[in-house]
Ligand binder design. Sequence first.
Ligand SMILES: Nc1ncnc2c1ncn2[C@@H]1O[C@H](COP(=O)(O)OP(=O)(O)OP(=O)(O)O)[C@@H](O)[C@H]1O
Length: 251
Amino acid sequence: MAKTLDPAVAEVTTGRSGGLLVENVSAGYGRHIVLREVSLTVDGEIVSLLGHNGAGKSTLLRAVSGALKMTGGDVRYRSRSVRDLDTARVAQSGVALVPQGRGVFPTLSIEENLRLGAGVARHTGSERQLVTMDFVLDLFPALAGRLKERAGTLSGGQQQMVAIGTALMTSPTLLLLDEPSTGLAPVLVQTMLDQIRTVHRELGIDVLIVEQNIHEALRVSDRAYVLRLGAIVREGPAATLLDDADIWDLF
Ligand SMILES: Nc1ncnc2c1ncn2[C@@H]1O[C@H](COP(=O)(O)OP(=O)(O)OP(=O)(O)O)[C@@H](O)[C@H]1O
């Protein structure tokens, strides 16, 4: 039986009506069904989405961002359905996706990449707090002295910073991060996730993060969901899941 998350109920349970509400979403590729009635919320918090390879984590982020049409259910953001919006419209509503594999424009400079994000922000016409280039460069000082360099010449970790920086420059209210630590040296994973925490704390941006580094992801998250074979099999406060021996058995 599908779990129904009525927006009014979500407002009571989360204390706000402005967050993300994924309601019984089913989606896949042609006849390959990947997500089966997945429901989750993100509201004023950092939420991790964990699960094995192939569990459907990226598919869920694609469905939320408008890149993949869902076959069932609904996605509401700030009380409005984004189900039928394309990626550009979803972005304008405040949702920024950083896809796995970074997604920078390699032949453009760091500065040009970041300004592409600012271009999206200009079209929103909303009251959102604008994220400045200075904020991004304070967050990722490694980029500051290299603004004119082509993004394609940077290390994997630095390209990841450009991708996240570009998403931030759209001045989002919700950031969807698909494995932001991919390709980073272990010593940098912690730093990257701490920077995500800084973004949430200082700008009030909500974050839904898919991560393979389960321990590190839970450490910076408020809550988490575990996806298995396209269905949510566990959810709860991150601190509780960190202490839950059973969750480690799921992996
Ligand atoms: N473009 C696509 N066309 C067809 N099948 C796809 C496509 N993208 C993903 N899949 C399949 O959908 C299923 C879920 O993939 P998805 O990428 O969402 O998993 P994931 O949980 O993000 O795992 P990973 O950590 O490996 O990225 C997998 O079986 C995958 O092979």
